[in-house]
Write a protein that binds this ligand. Structure first.
Ligand code: SF4
Length: 415
């Protein structure tokens, strides 16, 4: 699932006795392979992951798979047993080990990890797991940072492609970093690398929030790399989903998600699966924060996301007035079919910025841009005057004043 392979690889390769084979990037052939052997009506992530399993069996000689499952109200809970059944019916000798991620605080997810490690003794095995979990957690958090900065910086880059190069360089470096000491200061590496990208400092781009079903949002091949496409059109992209955020949520530590649940409650009071609740929360929050648009992406036939779409459309244009674009993906989706809608959506947001008072004067520059690139050059001449004339003049005055400020040491009466 996109860059998530980096923390998952770390999790398992630190377990003694486990050899990890990282799946290659998803391709059209893999999607076709999975679709060919899946029920037609099933959701796209099922088809894609099935295609990945078959590819790994056929081309990489792998027959043991680890898959996270959930017993939520949608189909994810049935993926592992049904896919295993399909693969066995096709004649493959496979094992799919499910990892229960319904509530990570019940620690059921530790069981498969404990079974996989070759270390003897339960206590030793638990100790063994600590570095593995630590590596994957830390790497997951850095991926979230990299993707966030990617969305903020690509729209400002002066030379097209700079951000893409830096992102792939950083991901490769993060993947290969196995020194925990260096990993703890990796945020500095991320910052330094991104700072190398020359940007249009005073540009106030259109801002969108992109959210939806986890697999589609996090797998760039499936979502046609929408983050990059919007970024190259000069749109600042904020992503609503991340693997790290999801894991924190399952540990009951993601207070951003708790807030989204709170604000979406009047429209969707119960969890219906997928990301429905949080999508609506993101929509409301983005509207309140003055975003220019909202992009909702999901697999075709995904029940929870289609319901979320219905709720958003049902409240539009009042009270939900933030422009929204829905993209549903299946194995037949091609970018050319989406291009016109994407361009029309951008034109609509531009027109709003120019003519609609609701979208004017509400842009807030992300704090990361200020921290990394300093203050805006908007008042360059004034700032330059202050920096090079006014401040040195004040310093000079203070230097003249200094001796006067020094108090004479009172003479000792006895001297
Ligand atoms: S969230 Fe949607 S796509 Fe994902 S498993 Fe559930 S129904 Fe399928």
């Amino acid at each position: 699932m996109g860059y998530s392979r980096i923390p998952f690889k770390s999790l398992f390769e630190h377990l003694p006795g486990v050899e990890v084979v990282v799946p290659p990037d998803v391709t059209q052939d893999i999607v076709k392979l999975g679709s060919k052997h899946s029920p037609e009506f099933v959701c796209l992530p099922f088809k894609v992951t099935l295609g990945e399993f078959i590819n790994m069996i056929e081309n990489h000689n792998v027959n043991v798979f680890i898959m996270s499952i959930d017993c939520g109200p949608c189909r994810l809970g049935f993926y592992a047993p049904i896919q295993e059944r399909i693969l066995k019916d096709l004649g493959y000798d496979v094992i799919i080990i499910p990892i229960q991620q319904d509530d990570l605080l019940d620690f059921q997810w530790l069981d498969p990890l404990l079974k996989l490690t070759r270390v003897k003794g339960k206590v030793m095995r638990l100790f063994d797991l600590i570095p593995a979990i630590r590596y994957s957690f830390v790497k997951g958090s850095y991926i979230e940072d990299i993707v966030r900065l990617e969305g903020l910086i690509r729209c400002r880059e002066i030379h097209r492609g700079d951000t893409t190069k830096i992102v792939s360089r950083l991901l490769k470096r993060l993947d290969n970093e196995n020194d925990m000491f260096k990993l703890h200061s990796f945020d500095q590496v991320i910052r330094t690398e991104f700072q190398k990208i020359p940007i249009k400092r005073d540009f106030q781009p259109l801002r969108i929030m992109l959210a939806g079903e986890n697999h589609v949002v996090l797998e760039n091949f499936i979502n046609m790399d929408l983050i990059k496409k919007f970024g190259e059109e000069g749109i600042e992209v904020h992503l609503g989903n991340s693997l790290y955020g999801w894991v924190l949520h399952k540990l009951h530590l993601n207070y951003k998600r708790k807030n989204l649940e709170r604000i979406s409650k009047p429209y969707i009071p119960i969890d219906i699966g997928g990301e429905a609740i949080w999508v609506i929360g993101h929509y409301i929050q983005s509207q309140e924060e003055g975003f220019d648009g909202f992009v909702h992406i999901y697999p075709f036939t995904c029940m929870p996301e289609v319901t979320a779409r219905g709720i958003i459309e049902g409240q539009s244009p009042d009270p939900f007035y933030l422009p929204v674009q829905f993209f549903a993906f299946d194995e037949h989706t091609g970018y050319e079919g989406m291009r016109t809608r994407l361009e029309a959506f951008i034109d609509l947001m531009k027109a709003n910025r120019e003519n609609n008072p609701k979208f004017q004067g509400v842009y807030v520059e992300p704090s990361e841009i200020q921290e990394m690139y300093g203050k805006s050059n908007k008042y360059y001449k004034f700032n330059n005057f202050v920096e090079h004339v006014f401040n040195p003049f004040c310093d000079m005055l203070s230097m003249i004043k200094k001796p006067q400020l020094l108090k004479k040491t009172p003479k000792n009466k006895n001297e």
